[in-house]
Design a protein around this ligand. Structure first.
Ligand SMILES: Cc1cc2nc3c(=O)[nH]c(=O)nc-3n(C[C@H](O)[C@H](O)[C@H](O)COP(=O)(O)OP(=O)(O)OC[C@H]3O[C@@H](n4cnc5c(N)ncnc54)[C@H](O)[C@@H]3O)c2cc1C
Length: 421
């Protein structure tokens, strides 16, 4: 069976749903969303920590916000600092349901239980997708396909837009607990005892509820953690670690992976744009992915509307999205990947020095940190220098070169070039 739409979105996470919501809100294009899970809310991996840019910028209602926080606390062994960064904690499954309902109210057709398997490619151009629903193989043809399947990169992988295998992989697991939480803050702890090669966190989540989790990047976890580490053991220890909170009952468990590279990926080919984590939009320093995923979707919609107006969804028309992402985000993400590589490898002394330096940032600096718009001077003032850094230079230089090459390749890429090239 073959269906037809102007746009088909593969994946109903924050990025895909925001694309559908915005495209249908700003045009009369027919949009179909295909989500593999049986319900949008089944994607419950995320803690849902976010900032005003998402709540205000994307009109997110209070009903899907579990809590708001006065500030962010950074901690390390022997150091604790408050940063004046207000935040919000989303009920992530409810947030996804809201995005889906809003897209449907605008006219989108959001279908769950539909697993996209392959791009449909004809004459080097993506013309739709193949998917499975109730055991049947089906197809939808579209003028524009949106790849939004998250870190699995179901379409971006085969099309050669994002190579998961050469990217950095991290995992995270979180318990949503009933109990007492005394802080009005999102707390992040950089401490290899609590989270080897990553960080541990606690966020408030409404009256008598909080979230506590642990994440790590595989490469750094190998260096700083025990060989036989089980992430649940770390989460359980973290939940019981501190008398600023006390857990009674576990309400839910959230877990997932994050796969990221420098984010300088190919985001457009003939007939397709890729948004969110399918092309590594997640911030590589702290793993914040909701805001950049939605921002990437919005950038892609801007360009897709122009492409539709011109009656041409070739790469040539869609590539301004890729260039805008690389110019506005990619360059920052590149530097922050490098900073992340250093941060998650610090010993306890340098973790503490980093936290103390972050605590000295003024309100404007904290805002730049929250918006990932740090200047070279900010990085220098945050960085706890050590003679051992010299040994890391060759690896870091390789990252810088590879990111620079990708940016150059993206800027030079031939208009109208075929998928996967
Ligand atoms: C443990 C954990 C905690 C996190 N906490 C935060 C946080 O506090 N704040 C924050 O900003 N970010 C956080 N993140 C990151 C954030 O959740 C992601 O970056 C964000 O969800 C990416 O959105 P996305 O739409 O690109 O992809 P996803 O959220 O991964 O959505 C992709 C969707 O595509 C669907 N899909 C996959 N394959 C197919 C297929 N073949 N066919 C159809 N559909 C398919 C999936 O089921 C899913 O619904 C966290 C991540 C993890 C793992």
């Amino acid at each position: 069976m073959t269906g037809r739409a102007d746009v088909v979105v593969a994946g109903g996470g924050p990025a895909g749903l925001q694309f559908a919501r915005s495209m249908t809100g700003r045009s009369n294009r027919s949009v179909v969303v295909l989500e593999a899970n049986d319900a949008l809310s089944d994607n419950d991996k995320s803690t849902g920590g976010t900032f005003d840019r998402v709540i205000e910028g994307f009109d997110i209602p209070d009903s899907v916000v579990m809590d708001d926080c006065a500030d962010v606390v950074f901690e390390a062994p022997g150091a604790s600092e408050h940063l004046p960064i207000p935040g919000y904690v989303l009920d992530f499954p409810a947030f996804l349901e809201f995005l889906g309902e809003d897209a449907e109210a605008n006219g989108a057709d959001v279908r769950t239980g539909c697993r996209v398997t392959d791009p449909l490619v004809e004459d080097g151009r993506v013309v739709g997708v193949e998917y499975r629903e109730d055991g049947d193989e089906k197809r939808v043809r579209a003028d524009l396909v949106v790849e939004a399947t998250g870190p699995r990169a179901v379409l971006a992988g085969p099309l050669g837009m994002f190579d998961r295998t050469s990217a950095q992989r991290g995992i995270g697991k979180e318990y949503e607990m009933e109990g007492r939480y005394d802080l009005d803050s999102m707390l992040f702890r950089f401490d290899h005892e609590a989270a080897p090669g990553g960080y541990a966190w606690t966020f408030p989540a409404g009256d008598g509820v909080f979230k506590a989790g642990v994440c790590w990047i595989d490469d750094f976890h190998e260096r700083h953690g025990p060989d036989d580490a089980v992430i649940d053991d770390f989460v359980e220890r973290w939940v019981a670690a501190d008398d600023r909170w006390e857990a009674d009952e576990r309400r839910a468990v959230h877990a997932g992976e994050a796969v990221s590279n420098n984010s300088m990926n190919r985001r457009a080919v003939d007939g397709l744009v890729a948004v969110g984590d399918a092309v590594s939009s997640i911030n590589p320093l702290f793993g914040e992915g909701i805001r950049p995923g939605m921002e990437s979707a919005e950038m892609a919609v801007d360009v897709a509307l122009d492409a539709f107006a011109a009656g041409d969804t070739s790469r040539e028309r869609l590539a301004p999205y890729e260039r805008r992402w690389n110019d506005e985000k990619g360059l920052h993400w590149r530097v922050q990947r490098i900073v992340g590589e250093l941060l998650y490898d610090f010993d306890a002394d340098r973790q503490a020095r980093f936290v103390r330096k972050a605590g000295r940032m003024d309100r404007a600096g904290a805002r730049r940190l929250q918006q990932y718009e740090l200047s070279a001077r900010d990085y220098l003032s945050l960085y706890p220098f050590d003679p051992s850094d010299v040994g890391k230079l060759p690896r870091l230089l390789r990252h810088v070169r590879s990111a620079r090459d990708r940016l150059t390749a993206s800027r030079r890429s031939t208009p109208g070039s075929s998928p996967g090239r």
